[in-house]
Design a protein around this ligand. Structure first.
Ligand SMILES: Cc1cc2nc3c(=O)[nH]c(=O)nc-3n(C[C@H](O)[C@H](O)[C@H](O)COP(=O)(O)O)c2cc1C
Length: 293
């Protein structure tokens, strides 16, 4: 990324999700263009936590922005092991739990049951001595009341150990959201276009959906509990980021936009700066949740 843009100009960088063991991921095709975004079924391909610690962690401290380590797993023990290892890397300031992974014990995604999510967050919180904890919610738990229930389960998991200074008992922030389950079919061969059959939809088509999720969770839970939200989905231009901010997000992440233009975080940041000036505010923070409804 630093070949494409000056990373000191962005607020932070989230790693690829890291698992306990290395993973090759799914067979190809695993990334496809959709007319309205992108489909992927990467299957969490990554080097695994040991190689991450050996090969990437030493270089991370030289990256001139905040590093957020994304953690994935197939059991609570998996998540705890990777989260604890990342907590030991000084340059990592927060871990983000990617809860859109199936639990080997029962098959349910961690992000699809509030009780399971609370258990996961509680156990990960226990091993974090230093890093902030972010939880990236899955849009499959959509619906304003339901997603707010997941938000509460992640932020207030119950029976937590005493929180450190400025830390909450559960998640410090919620990231909304991951991709939407989706698929594409080649009608001539009558076969699925992704080798995994189904995958996740990201990019433009996801944006209005993720925006509503941020809006709903902000109003139902985050505003009153003071939980920061990170808007994720289809940010390609500054206007998309501004929408997330007005809906209640304190920050945004960009995924698919980087495939179209690796420099897009800079144009988004510049656009936001000019927008804030036109709105007469000194900081974007003053515009968070300022949607007039
Ligand atoms: C190719 C690809 C790989 C992704 N890998 C991960 C991952 O490892 N962990 C994760 O939490 N989300 C992953 N995502 C989801 C993105 O982080 C993001 O939540 C989603 O794509 C929506 O944002 P976007 O529209 O800006 O891409 C991936 C998305 C894409 C397109």
């Amino acid at each position: 990324m630093s070949d494409a843009l000056d990373l000191s100009r962005v607020g932070g960088l989230v790693t690829k999700s890291i698992t306990r063991q290395p993973r090759d991921g799914n067979a190809v095709w695993r990334v496809l263009p959709a007319e309205c975004g992108m489909l992927n079924a990467i299957g969490l391909a990554n080097v695994g936590i040991d190689a991450f610690l050996r090969e990437y962690a030493p270089r991370v401290s030289a990256v001139p922005t905040t590093i957020i380590g994304s953690v994935a797993g197939f059991s609570i023990d998996d998540y705890v092991a990777v989260a604890a290892a990342m907590d030991g890397v000084e340059a990592i300031r927060a871990v983000e739990l990617n809860v859109s992974c199936p639990n080997v014990h029962g098959g349910l995604e961690f992000g699809s049951s509030p009780a399971l999510l609370s258990d996961l967050v509680r156990e990960c919180r226990r091993v974090l001595t230093r890093t902030r904890l972010f939880v990236k919610l899955s849009p499959i738990a959509a619906g304003p009341v339901k997603l707010a229930e997941f938000a509460r389960a992640a932020v207030e998991p119950g029976n937590s150990p005493p929180a450190g200074p400025n830390h909450r008992p559960g998640a410090d922030a919620l990231c909304i959201s991951n991709t939407m389950p989706a698929m594409a079919i080649d009608v001539e061969t009558r076969t699925p276009r992704l080798a995994n059959v189904t995958g996740g939809l990201s990019g433009s088509a996801l944006h209005p959906v993720a925006l509503k999720l941020v809006h709903d969770v902000y109003r139902a839970f985050a505003r009153d509990s003071g939980t920061p939200l990170v808007g994720i989905g289809g940010v390609l231009r500054w206007e998309h980021a501004a929408e997330f901010i007005l809906a209640g997000a304190s920050a945004v992440q960009i995924g698919t936009g980087l495939f179209a233009d690796p420099r897009c975080p800079l144009t988004v940041a510049k656009g936001l700066e000019k927008w804030a000036a036109r709105q007469g505010v000194g900081s974007i923070a003053e515009l968070v949740g300022c949607l007039k409804v």
